[in-house]
Design a protein around this ligand. Structure first.
Ligand code: PRX
Length: 651
C-alpha cells in the first residue's frame, strides 16, 4: 500500500508534443475515433484493424465466436504469418521494401549482419523446406532453444510458413526445464546452436539439449546452428548441422494457407503452481493484435530503426522483436549479448552506431544503467532516438524521469506498456501522439481493450481504491488456452469473476482513469521483468535430498525489482553452512536455470504456518523485507517461529 500511496502522489504529467502528434501514425483524432469504435463494438474495431493491417488469403466469415472462456477470432479466415511478415514486403505494393533491412543484428563479439527482406524471405523459405525434408508436418511442435541470432527469427518464421507451432525455450533455462517443456509440448524436433556469446565467452546450448534428450525419447531430430564453434557431440541419425541442410534447400516454398485459429506458438510461463503453463497463441487474432499495437504505439515509419532489447525467448521478443515489427515491414534490431559487455556503454554505443530511432526496454535495465552512471550514455550521440518504451514491471517514477532526461533528452515520448505472455500483445499503454504520460503509470487501455479494476465482489473499484486488474471482453491476441490443460485455463484466469479475464495483477486507477499497476498478487515473482513462480523454486529446493521443507518469497530489490529469498529447513543433521547455500543455489540453477537462483537463503527449523498447515507467505515476505508484520497473525500456529526467523537474518 505504501508503494501505491507514493505513486498516487505523482503529479507530473507530460503532454504529447504537437510536432510528434502531427506526424504520428495514430494522432489524437484517430485515437478518439478508435476508442469510441472499440468501446461501442470491439469485434468490429478489431475486424477493421485485421483488414487494414494484414493480408488474408480467405476472408473470415465471423469476426468473433465467444463461448466463455473460449474465443475464436476471424472464424473461417485463412492467412499465413510468414507471408504477412515477408512476402508482402518483397512483392506487390510493398515491394519497395525488398532491399530494406529487415533485421540488423549485432553479436556480442561485435560481428554484424544486416539482412534485407528479400534475403530473409529466401532464408525462411529455404529453412521451411528443410523442416519439411526433416519430417515436420503441419501442426507438429518444434522446440527452439537458441541464442539471439538471426537463425532464431528464421526458424520461427519457417515454422509459421508450414504451420508447425514453435515453442521457444529461453537459452537461460536448464536442461531439466528444457526437457519438461519438450515433453509437455510433445515436440519431435529441437532447433538449437552449439552455443551463444555472453559476457565475452561462449555458453553451451547443445550440451543442455543432449542432457535434456537423455531424459526423454520423443525427439527425433536436432538441428544445430554453428555459432561459437565450441566442441559439440553430434549424435548420428539425430543431430544435423543447419548449414549442411541449408546448402541445397530450395528458396521456393509456398506459404501454407492456415486457419485463423491454427496454433502459432506455445510459450511456457510461470504460474502459481510448480508446473509452468504452456500458453497457446493462434494465428489471425494474435497477428492482428501485435501488428496493430506495434504500428500505433511505436509509431513505426519505414525509415525507422527499431530496437527492442528483449530476448526472443520471452513474449516481448516474440511479439515486438519479430512478429509485430516484421508484419509492419519495419527494421528490427537484435543484439546477442549482455548490455554491459565489453563495457557499461555497449547499449548506448549500439544506439549511436545504428542510429536507433525507437528503443524499447525494461525498467530493471534502466535502473542498472542509472547506477552505472550518466557518463556512459552521455558519451554517445543518442540524437537519433525519437520514442522510448518500457515493459515487464512497474517503473518507479524516478527511473522514468531518468529515462526521459538522460536517454530521451526530454524530447522523446515514453510509452509504458502493460501486458503479459497471456495477452499476446500490449493492453494498457500510452499512445505517443495522443495520450499525456505520468511517470509510473501505464496510462490507458488500448482502443478495443476493456480493462478495469474490480474489488473482491466484482464491482468496479472506485478511485483511489485499488483492486484486481481484469479484462472484461475477449481480445484478438488473448491466449486460447493452456496447452493440454483446459481445466487449469478456466480455473486460473476465468474463475475469479464470471466471464472476465483475471490477470493476476493488483492495480489502481486515478481520477483521470489512468492505470497504476502494482504487480502480481499471486505467488508469482517478477525478477528483472521475468516471471518466476515461488512454487517452482520451492519444488526445485525440496527436490534436494537434504532439504526437508522450503518456502520462497520475493523481497523488493533496487535493480531487479524483486529478489528471491528462500527459507529452507534442512533435513536434521545437515550442516546449515554457506557451502550448503551454494549447493542449493547451484541445485536451483540446474533444475530451472540461473534466473531462478535465490539471492538469499535463510535456514530455519520451522516455517510459519496456519493451523491448517498452509505456509504464511505474507509473514515471510515481511521478514524477508525486514519489516514488522502488520497483518493478522491470529492463525499462526507457533509465534516463536516468527521470532526465530527474524533472528536468522543473514550476517
Ligand atoms: O505483473 C505484470 C508485469 O509483468 C507480468 C507479465 O509478465 P510476462 O508474462 O512475463 O510478460 C512480461 C512482458 C509483457 C504482468 O502480470 N508487467 C508487465 N508489463 C508491465 C508490468 N507491470 C507494470 N507495468 C508494466 N508496464
Amino acid at each position: 500500500m505504501s508503494d501505491i500511496e507514493s505513486l498516487l502522489k505523482e503529479t507530473r504529467s507530460f503532454k504529447p508534443d504537437p510536432a510528434f502528434s502531427k506526424q504520428a501514425n495514430w494522432n489524437k483524432k484517430t485515437v478518439a475515433e478508435f476508442r469510441k469504435a472499440g468501446a461501442q463494438n470491439s469485434p468490429r474495431f478489431w475486424a477493421k484493424q485485421a483488414k487494414d493491417n494484414l493480408t488474408w488469403f480467405t476472408p473470415w466469415k465471423k469476426v468473433l465466436d465467444w463461448k466463455p472462456p473460449f474465443a475464436k477470432w476471424f472464424v473461417g479466415g485463412k492467412l499465413n504469418v510468414s507471408y504477412n511478415c515477408l512476402d508482402r514486403h518483397v512483392e506487390g505494393p510493398g515491394a519497395h521494401r525488398r532491399n530494406k533491412a529487415a533485421i540488423i543484428w549485432e553479436g556480442e563479439p561485435g560481428d554484424t549482419r544486416v539482412i534485407t527482406y528479400a534475403e530473409l524471405h529466401r532464408e525462411v523459405c529455404k529453412f521451411a523446406n528443410v523442416l519439411k525434408s526433416q519430417g515436420v508436418k503441419k501442426g507438429e511442435r518444434v522446440v527452439l532453444y537458441m541464442p539471439m541470432i538471426p537463425e532464431l527469427a528464421i526458424a520461427m518464421l519457417a515454422c509459421t510458413r508450414i504451420g508447425a507451432p514453435h515453442s521457444i525455450v529461453f537459452g537461460g533455462f536448464s536442461a531439466d526445464a528444457l526437457r519438461d517443456r519438450i515433453d509437455d509440448a510433445g515436440a519431435k524436433m529441437v532447433i538449437t546452436a552449439d552455443g551463444g556469446f555472453r559476457k565475452g565467452a561462449g555458453f553451451p546450448l547443445k550440451k543442455a539439449v543432449d542432457d535434456a534428450l537423455s531424459m526423454t525419447d520423443i525427439v527425433e531430430k536436432v538441428i544445430v546452428v554453428e555459432r561459437t564453434k565450441q566442441d559439440v557431440t553430434m549424435k548420428a541419425g539425430r543431430d544435423v548441422w543447419w548449414h549442411d541442410l541449408m546448402e541445397d534447400a530450395s528458396p521456393k516454398c509456398a506459404p501454407a494457407k492456415l486457419d485463423s485459429e491454427h496454433p502459432l506458438f506455445i510459450l511456457y510461463t510461470s504460474g502459481s503452481t510448480g508446473k509452468p503453463k504452456g500458453i497457446l497463441h493462434t494465428t489471425g487474432g494474435y497477428l492482428t493484435h501485435v501488428t496493430t499495437t506495434f504500428k500505433a504505439i511505436f509509431d513505426i515509419k519505414d525509415e525507422d530503426v527499431y530496437w527492442c532489447t528483449a530476448d526472443i525467448g520471452w513474449i516481448t521478443g516474440h511479439s515486438y522483436v519479430v512478429y509485430g515489427p516484421l508484419a509492419n515491414g519495419a527494421t528490427t534490431m537484435m543484439y546477442e549479448g549482455v548490455p554491459v559487455h565489453p563495457g557499461p556503454d555497449r547499449w548506448w554505443s549500439l544506439i549511436a552506431k545504428w542510429g536507433v530511432n525507437i528503443f524499447y526496454t525494461a525498467p530493471t535495465a534502466i535502473r542498472t544503467f542509472i547506477r552505472l552512471g550518466d557518463e556512459h550514455p552521455n558519451a554517445h550521440d543518442l540524437s537519433s532516438l525519437r520514442l522510448l518504451g518500457t515493459v515487464g514491471e512497474p517503473i518507479n517514477p524516478e527511473a522514468w524521469m531518468w529515462y526521459h532526461k538522460v536517454i530521451g533528452k526530454k524530447r522523446c515520448p515514453i510509452v509504458d506498456t502493460w501486458w503479459q505472455t497471456e495477452t499476446g500483445g500490449i493492453m494498457i499503454t500510452s499512445l505517443p501522439g495522443a495520450v499525456a504520460t505520468k511517470p509510473g503509470s501505464a496510462t490507458l487501455a488500448f482502443p478495443g481493450i476493456d480493462a478495469e479494476i474490480y474489488d473482491d465482489d466484482g464491482e468496479v473499484a472506485k478511485p483511489p481504491n485499488g483492486g484486481l486488474l481484469v479484462v472484461r471482453k475477449p481480445w484478438p491476441g488473448m491466449l486460447r488456452g493452456i496447452w493440454g490443460d483446459p481445466k487449469r485455463y478456466k480455473e486460473q484466469y476465468w474463475s475469479q469473476y464470471k466471464d472476465t479475464y483475471f490477470a493476476g495483477d493488483g492495480a489502481h486507477r486515478d481520477k483521470q482513469g489512468y492505470f497504476w499497476i502494482m504487480g502480481r498478487i499471486d505467488d508469482v515473482m517478477n525478477i528483472s521483468g521475468h516471471r518466476i513462480g515461488t512454487m517452482e523454486v520451492e519444488s526445485a529446493l525440496v527436490s534436494h535430498h537434504d532439504v526437508a521443507e522450503a518456502a520462497v518469497v520475493g523481497r523488493p530489490d533496487d535493480i531487479t525489482g524483486t529478489a528471491i529469498v528462500a527459507f529452507v529447513s534442512p533435513v536434521g543433521g545437515t550442516d546449515a553452512s554457506d557451502k550448503f547455500k551454494d549447493t542449493l543455489r547451484a541445485h536451483v540453477s540446474k533444475e530451472i536455470g540461473a534466473i531462478a537462483r535465490p539471492a538469499e537463503i535463510r535456514f530455519t527449523d520451522a516455517l510459519p504456518k496456519t493451523r491448517s498447515g498452509k505456509i504464511m507467505r505474507r509473514l515471510l515476505r515481511d521478514v524477508a523485507a525486514g519489516k514488522e508484520s502488520s497483518g493478522d497473525t491470529s492463525t499462526l500456529e507457533d509465534f516463536s517461529v516468527l521470532a526465530k526467523l527474524r533472528e536468522s537474518d543473514e550476517d
